[in-house]
Design a protein around this ligand. Structure first.
Ligand code: ADP
Ligand code: ZN
Length: 529
């Protein structure tokens, strides 16, 4: 796919104008492209929407041979190839969805140099036949898209990605460019070492998405809260609503449709035709809201997504950043809204405890969750915390909930002591463990059947916490969990003390808590009464 020009830079620029119809490069695109065109390896960390695709597509068009793109997004290969074909770029793909004839014709095009780009699913490289095919053609570069899939530390690990280090051994002269929108220091280092990219130049773009307004609200009635957000701030807008389970995806979509919102569900359990139709409506029509599990979205390029809402807590800050990053690719103001509550913490702890894998794996999941909780409970600018997580310094943004309505903090030392000493009393009983509900009933002095059954009304802590209501106490529990002053374990969300709890109980440590917005507190109270 070589063009007959002398200067590489002007080749690249010419392709940008003529093929893609864009006036100028964005951010570091030009530098990256020049580096790869010249035969260098690159590791590109750029947020979603930053323009990663051109960084390998243009070098593939400028350099001699076919650019081989490894991508885990099999469902999107057809779309990517169609989009390139529409621009006059000769592209094809090889994956498991094709029949023999289709595969043969793509292979023939590859061998005769009639392709500029060949998209490959990573598992294709497991087959010796594919490797021999690649040997027989001319490869201009390898692009490894979604490169974080190689990182076991990350949240999208794909075992087949581990084989990609073999590319360099087999084709040492072919430049490689690895791209990802995920970039904690840990993932970053793991990508470089696992893909054998130690000599690659690293290009790290800013991860700030200034047009996205980050907001995290306490969860009381999440569907109602969501509806209010859509009606007051995003009527008729396209958006994505993420839920943890397939069941809640369906319930939420039904609820929204019942309220007159043009919503469609999307999850891996739906019939593939329904799923494709829903995705296509979202992409091609205006103002469709897709309610989805996180199966939806990797590689989805819709510029005018005006909001991303999470009804359940994401498992990691990386996941949160990627999912919210699907909003506002066109640069216009967009909302990232998350509702989060105590139940999320209990549920995710339980999922971690019962997850497959070894202890180290569970510990990693726990670390991810804690970082996510810290972001939820921060009184600092959300963006500052988010960028700091990716190793980038910044100052208060003025465009997140904590900047716009700074949360008050209050001295929660005494309530924290009351709560922790209740947990301590119950822990001493040993034979039975209790969750937040029972502990709060004890603090409030409620003689429920379960309180009486276990004689908890005779404890010295019974009824010592009437200064707060149920939701106030749930907020305290949640924040103590986020601060590591309390932990939760087992199937029933049993609350247990941590090493740090002792400092609070021993009056060696003060506890600052975030004041919950009045509205949420009131809403929960009236729902309970
Ligand atoms: P990423 O893969 O980093 O999420 P894409 O490569 O899909 O991002 O690019 C995001 C959007 O920005 C696409 O619609 C793309 O066509 C557009 N884009 C990329 N580079 C440029 C540029 N230099 N000028 C204008 N638009 C661009
Ligand atoms: Zn801010």
């Amino acid at each position: 796919a070589a063009l007959d020009e002398t200067s590489e830079t002007s080749d690249a620029l010419r392709v940008l104008h003529r093929v893609f119809g864009y006036g100028s490069f964005r951010g570091a695109q030009q530098e990256i492209i020049d580096h790869v065109v010249a035969g260098g390896d690159a590791l590109v960390l750029m947020p979603t929407g930053g323009g990663k695709s051109l960084c390998y597509q243009i070098p593939a068009l400028v350099r001699d041979g076919v650019g081989v793109v490894i991508s885990p997004l099999i469902a999107l290969m057809q779309d990517q190839v169609d989009a390139l074909t529409a621009l006059g770029v000769r592209a094809g793909f090889l994956n498991s969805t094709q029949d023999m004839d289709e595969r043969r014709s793509v292979e023939a095009a590859f061998l005769s140099g009639e392709l500029d780009l060949l998209y490959l699913a990573p598992e294709r490289l497991r087959s010796e036949a594919t490797l021999r095919l690649l040997d027989r053609g001319t490869i201009s570069l390898f692009a490894i898209d979604e490169a974080h899939c190689v990182a076991q530390w990350g949240h999208d690990f794909r075992p087949d990605y581990l084989m990609l280090s073999a590319l360099h051994e087999r084709w040492p002269k072919v430049p490689r460019i690895a791209l990802t929108a995920t970039a904690t220091e840990a993932t970053h280092g793991e990508i470089a070492s696992r893909l054998n990219l130690k000599d690659a130049r690293h290009f790290v773009a800013s991860f700030d998405r200034p047009n996205i307004q980050y907001r995290i609200a306490p969860k009381d009635d999440p569907k109602k809260q969501l509806l209010e957000l859509l009606r007051t701030e995003h009527p008729g807008d396209a958006g994505v609503v993420y839920c943890l389970s397939r069941a809640s995806v369906e319930k939420t979509a039904e609820f929204l449709v019942g309220k007159g919102i043009d919503a469609v569900p999307y999850h891996a359990g739906l019939d593939s035709r329904v799923r494709a139709a829903n995705q296509s409506r979202f992409l091609r029509e205006d103002g469709v809201v897709v309610v989805a599990t996180i199966a939806f979205g990797m590689g989805i390029d819709k510029p005018d997504v005006r909001f991303v809402a999470h009804l359940d807590l994401p498992k990691s800050v990386e996941g949160y950043y990627q999912e919210t990053g699907r909003a506002g690719r066109d640069g216009l103001p967009s909302t990232a809204w998350l509702a989060y509550g105590l139940q999320d913490v209990v549920q995710q702890r339980k999922m971690i405890e019962t997850s497959e894998g070894d202890e180290a794996h569970r510990r990693r999941l726990g670390t991810h969750l804690e970082a996510m909780l810290a972001l939820c409970e921060t009184v600092e600018c959300r963006r500052v915390r988010l960028l700091a997580y990716f190793g980038q310094q910044s100052t208060a943004c003025g465009n997140c909930d904590t900047c716009l309505t700074p949360p008050e903090s209050w001295d929660g030392t005494i309530p924290a002591q009351k709560l922790l000493s209740t947990v301590l009393r119950l822990e001493r009983e040993r034979h039975q463990k209790f969750g937040a509900g029972q502990i709060i009933d004890i603090l409030l002095g409620k003689k429920t059947a379960k309180v009486i059954q276990f004689d908890h009304d005779t404890l010295s802590v019974f009824g010592i916490g009437t200064e707060l209501g149920v939701s106030g106490w749930r907020g305290v529990v949640r924040q103590l969990l986020a601060q590591g002053l309390l932990a939760v374990e087992g199937d029933y969300g049993t609350l247990v003390l941590t090493d740090a709890s002792a400092e609070v109980l021993g009056r060696k440590r003060e506890v600052l808590l975030r004041r919950e917005p009045e509205k949420a507190v009131r809403a929960e109270k009236s729902a309970k009464s």
